[in-house]
Design a protein around this ligand. Sequence first.
Ligand SMILES: [Cu+2]
Length: 137
Amino acid sequence: MKIKLLIMLLALTSIIACNQSPKTEAKDGVYFVNLNDGDKVKSPLIVEMGVRGMALEPAGDYNEGKGHHHLIIDGNYVEKGEMVPKDETHLHFGKGQTIDTLKLSPGEHTLTLQFADGLHRSYGKEWSSTIKVTVIQ
Ligand SMILES: [Cu+2]
């Protein structure tokens, strides 16, 4: 009788253990799909942009939990709620694109991905990712 109870208890604990969510689950945020910090790259450079925990949509209207990618070259993330500038170092992907080709001069550059809402207002540092790449000839 005692053994049966022990087996049942063991089975129950293993079921509970299996139901726990995996600890390796990826965090929400933006990320470079094809690049890592410190990469040596050639120009023109293909940049693939990914996001977890928010949905991509074309720019135009504000919708909570949705937005589009921005790529900031040799700059910083944009504070939450502030508009992402639009110039040659702040690229907007307002059609919901996830890939672009960049021409960069040789040497070190930082690339910052910044997610922002449909009105181009930044979701802040939590929704940014910065890497350093070195362009070799
Ligand atoms: Cu934008």
